[in-house]
Design a protein around this ligand. Structure first.
Ligand SMILES: [Zn+2]
Length: 237
């Protein structure tokens, strides 16, 4: 005889976290779907109290169901923070039934909330993989992405704001250059430029001969590099 007979409204199937229990027929809200069962453990007995596995279902201060047995198909039901079923515990009879708290459609995974203790011990450390938690994480990721995009846009806007000045200065420089070039085109301008350049050469030659040349050169290099640092700072800010 198969463990899961076909007249049951569920089957074991692959879920995101391994195996799970899935509805094969519409299950009405309030329906007892399956019993969670197994050997009864008495915590007053040391042997029972020492049993440890992920399928222990505590009924009350004394009794716990060891649901790790193969026959207990309900052990395949996964936890969900926003479940479509719940565990209905009868403490006096020491029975547990999983009952639908929503109408469940065929194909839908059946799940119930395992409770705070289980969540803290087993799920929180690895991150709960239930649909609600996955959705929450996806939302958080989307929000983080949006925030990042916003920051990027802000930085781009800031860069764009400082760019026009730079472009302007480049343009001004170009204009000055072209003016110079056009001036150079004229005879007077050309001779002026030649004179200026020759003067500078003479100056350098003079300082070189006096041994003072390295001085100004070093100074100008230092100034230039300082300017570069400042400029890159400006870009970074
Ligand atoms: Zn969850």
């Amino acid at each position: 005889m198969p463990v899961i007979s076909s007249n049951k409204p569920y089957r074991v199937g692959r879920s995101k976290t391994g195996l799970g229990l899935f509805a094969t027929k519409p299950i009405k809200k309030g329906t007892k779907i399956i019993r969670y069962f197994g050997p009864m453990l008495d915590c007053r007995k040391k042997k029972d109290d020492d049993v440890e596995n992920k399928y222990l279902f505590q009924i009350n201060g004394r009794w716990t169901i060891d649901g790790s047995v193969r026959k207990n198909t309900a052990r395949y039901i996964n936890h969900a923070c926003r479940p479509n079923a719940e565990s209905d515990v009868n403490s006096r009879k020491r029975t547990v039934f999983i009952r639908a708290i929503k109408n469940i459609a065929p194909g839908e995974e059946i799940n119930y909330d395992y409770g705070t203790e289980y969540f803290k011990e087993y799920l929180k450390p690895i991150g709960c993989k239930c649909a609600a938690c996955e959705k929450k994480r996806a939302k958080q990721r989307a929000e983080a992405r949006a925030e990042k995009a916003k920051e990027k846009l802000k930085a781009q806007k800031k860069a764009a704001k400082s760019k026009p000045t730079k472009a302007k200065s480049t343009k001004a420089l170009k204009t000055a250059k072209s003016v110079k070039a056009s001036k150079a085109g004229t005879k007077a301008g050309s001779s002026k430029a030649t004179r200026a350049s020759s003067r500078r050469t003479a100056e350098y030659a003079r300082s070189a001969s006096s041994g003072a040349r390295p001085g100004p050169q070093v100074e100008s290099t230092a100034r230039e590099s300082h300017g570069t640092v400042l400029r890159s700072d400006g870009i970074r800010a």
